[in-house]
Design a protein around this ligand. Sequence first.
Ligand SMILES: [Zn+2]
Length: 61
Amino acid sequence: VSVATCPICGKPTDAKFRPFCSARCADVDLHRWLTGGYSIAGEDEEEGEGRVSPNDPDETV
Ligand SMILES: [Zn+2]
């Protein structure tokens, strides 16, 4: 029996969020794809310079 693990955090996969363990990790993976963040290691992806979302509400002060 092989237990699938989340590629983001390594926890056991949840059937509802395969291949991830949670919606959060699924979102993290999606975000990485959208921003090309796979090339970044050890950086806070939320603050990455590679973001190209001028309409992102999180950027507004
Ligand atoms: Zn996870």
